[in-house]
Design a protein around this ligand. Structure first.
Ligand SMILES: Cc1ncc(CN)c(N)n1
Length: 220
C-alpha cells in the first residue's frame, strides 16, 4: 500500500520531528511563549493555504465522490483546527492585524509552494500525497505526547487538538483517499512528494524555533 511505503520511507524524518526541541520544549513547558506565538502566526498562514489547496484540488478532481471529500476536508479544517486556533489567538492577544503584518517566513513559503507544485506536476494525487504528512505526522506527534501533560495549559490544548477523535478520524479518511488515488504508475512520484512534505514539516519546527525571517524585507 502507498501509505505503508511512504511511512517507511520517512521514518527517520518523522522521528526527528517527534524529537525536535520545539516539541520537547512544548511538552516540558519550557518553550518560550514568543516562539509559540510566532509558530501560531506562521501556522495560520500555512493552514489557510492548506484549505485553499484542498478546494483547488477538488475543482480539478474528476471523481465526484473524491471532489466532495476534498471540499469537506477544507470545510472541516476551517471549522476544526483553524477555528480552534482562533481561541488561542484570543487568549494570547494575537490580533488579525498582527497576523496580516507578519510576512510568511521562507520555510513556510517554500512548503506551501511545494504543495501547489505537487498539484501542478502530479495532479490531484500529488496534492493529496503532499498534504498527507500534515495530518498524519501531527496525529502521531499528538499520540506520542499524550503520555505526559504539558504544564502550560495552552501547550496542552495544542496537543489535545491532535489526539481528538475528530482530528484522528479525518486523518484516517486521508489515508484511505491517498491509497485510493495511488497507482503503480504514480506511486514513486507520490512517495517523493510525501518525503519532501515530511522534510518541510521538520524544517517548519526549526523555522519557528529560529524565528526565521527573510534577510531582506518583502517588497511592498
Ligand atoms: C505545518 C503544519 N503541519 C501540519 C499541521 C497539522 N494539521 C499543522 N497545523 N501545521
Amino acid at each position: 500500500m502507498f501509505t505503508d511505503t511512504a511511512h517507511e520511507a520517512t521514518r527517520s524524518l518523522w522521528l526527528a520531528s517527534k524529537h525536535h526541541p520545539f516539541i520537547q520544549q512544548l511538552q516540558a513547558g519550557t518553550l518560550p511563549m514568543a516562539t509559540f506565538r510566532d509558530y501560531l502566526i506562521q501556522d495560520h498562514h500555512y493552514l489557510l493555504e492548506f484549505g485553499r489547496l484542498y478546494d483547488l484540488a477538488a475543482t480539478q478532481c474528476s471523481r465526484p465522490d473524491q471532489a466532495a471529500q476534498l471540499h469537506a476536508n477544507a470545510e472541516d479544517l476551517r471549522h476544526g483546527e483553524i477555528a480552534t486556533r482562533e481561541t488561542f489567538f484570543e487568549k494570547l492577544g494575537i490580533t488579525p492585524a498582527m497576523i496580516a503584518n507578519t510576512p510568511v517566513a521562507p520555510t513556510n513559503y517554500a512548503y506551501t509552494s511545494h504543495l501547489y507544485r505537487s498539484l501542478a506536476t502530479a495532479g490531484v494525487p500529488g496534492a493529496i500525497a503532499g498534504l498527507l504528512p500534515c495530518y498524519w505526522l501531527y496525529a502521531e506527534i499528538g499520540e506520542g505526547l499524550a503520555t505526559k501533560d504539558s504544564p502550560i495549559p495552552i501547550y496542552q490544548a495544542w496537543i489535545d487538538t491532535y489526539t481528538a477523535s475528530d482530528y484522528t478520524d479525518a486523518m484516517s479518511d486521508q489515508l484511505a483517499l491517498a491509497n485510493a488515488v495511488a497507482t503503480p504508475d504514480n506511486q514513486a512520484e507520490l512517495c517523493q512528494i510525501f518525503i519532501r512534505s515530511s522534510w518541510y514539516e521538520l524544517n517548519f519546527w526549526q523555522m519557528a524555533l529560529d524565528h526565521e525571517q527573510w534577510c531582506v524585507p518583502e517588497p511592498s
